[in-house]
Design a protein around this ligand. Sequence first.
Ligand code: ADP
Length: 592
Amino acid sequence: MKQLRMKILGFFTVVLVLFTLLFLYLFSTILERQAIEQQGEDLQSQLLTLSSLLDEEEFETDLEAVTQQLSQTADVIDERITFITPTGDVTYDSRAEEGRLENHLDRPEIQQILQEGVPVGTYDRTSESTGEVLYYAAVALNSEDGELIGFLRLSKNVEEMAGLTERMIQVLALFMMISILVALLFTNYWTKKISDPIEKMKELTEKLSVQHYSSRYNGSSYREIDDLGQSINLLAINLDQQMQEINENQTRLRELINHLIIGVMVVDSEGHITMVNPVMNEVLGEDLYGKIGERFDEALHSTTLVEMIRQAMSEQTIQNQEAELLYPEEKIVDANVVPVFNQQKETFNHIVLLYDITEIRRLEKVRTDFVANVSHELRTPITAVKGFAETLLDGALQGEAVLVEFLEIIYKESTRLDLMVQDILQLSKLEKHKASTVIQRVKARDVVEEVMKIVHQKTDLKQISVDLIEPVPVELDIDRDQLKQITLNLVGNAIAYTPEGGDITVTLSKTDKEAILSVADNGVGIPKESQARVFERFYRVDKARSRNAGGTGLGLAIVKWLVENNDGQISLESEEHKGSTFTVWLPLTKEA
Ligand code: ADP
């Protein structure tokens, strides 16, 4: 802006100076011309007066008398007097020696008379050496009979007149200079008043372009310029508001994306990862934040996913697939790659959405396996009940002994069926979190003793001794019924898989944070290869023995589920034919 100001000022200076010079030149020329003309006219009239006073006859007869007459005249006037003969010789000159003057016939004032026939020939010229202007006026002198006697010439220096002009020009020049100065001062003031606010506006727009939307124009100048400033302020306010809205929307969107339960990743048209949300990192099991800016095919491990993104990019269609991720852990994800189009219908982003369905698929499998297992397990007692009932109907009713035996079998199988259905119902209730739990402070000893009472008949029958060891009293926060169920199942199994006369030891102990319940027997034990599987539903080491013992294959599955849902752990140590020890760790305290 300063440059523009300097340009305007420079331009005005040059124009003003040029015009002043031109004016001064024209003015001085006109003034000088005027002076020359004025003086020329005076000279001419003087010449005519002088010529009329001269006696032409004397020129022919007594040249000396004429010369004398002329010299007398020259004494009283300032002008130079010259007399030139018709051949151009100078016979008298009041300022120079006649003999030394060259022929004057070709002088313009003489030629004017000779050629143009004017009464008075005039000529003015500027002396090259002195710069003075000399004015010449000549008149032809004729005898009475009209013969040319010679030329009388007066010449005058118009120097004094020029001097006056010069002074006038000097005064004028000074005046003009002052005018220029004043004009320039005003121009400077006005250009400053215009350019300063424009400079401020320029700075403001530059700030706006780098998102400093709080900047405002506060200059004061001419109304039109201030109006422009206010318009820019309005623009800045609007931009500020829009930017705030954009930022708010972005924050909202970021919050939304970060709290989605679906993994979201954005890949730009060049294939670079531009955004990921926390869930995406969780699903893929790696930190993709550090890989933002990298190409997706270099950053991602899953070939299926990479292939899906490539396909979406080349076909520009939504890709949907159930993909299996192998690294760093096996997962099943519902993957979607959605191309996002801009207004020109060119893709500019690809959104990758991953939904972890590992648990869903696992539960589905568990459910189908469970249904298959349940049907299979139920079929055995049902077939037995049905078979024996049919046999009885077919005529086996006669013999009372057979009848009682068959009915006992039917009773036993239907009891097993009942137990199984109860276990299945309990398990499904637990899984659906429908079983109501009441967390309370429970004395572990009380629960164990209650269980011992329940199994009392069985232990008596098999002459199995059950010992309870509790070095220190153990109390814990738990649902009493659940702890009872755990203990009952473990003690029940110990009784079922321990031959007559065996020993069972229930030990209660604790650490700082956990209560430990261990149930040890010296029964049949569990083979190594089956130890990991006994907690599976319907898994039984020896189906026949389990069935005889009234087992359903669900007891340990229920125990495991209850223990884990109480934030505990269960372990098994067993040796075939020597016995088994099941140990359960449960937290002593629990927040309500
Ligand atoms: P079940 O109703 O058949 O007892 P569980 O789930 O309670 O089913 O136990 C699964 C299997 O683990 C049993 O069939 C049995 O073979 C084995 N088992 C459980 N407890 C013991 C134990 N104390 N001693 C030996 N084997 C056991």
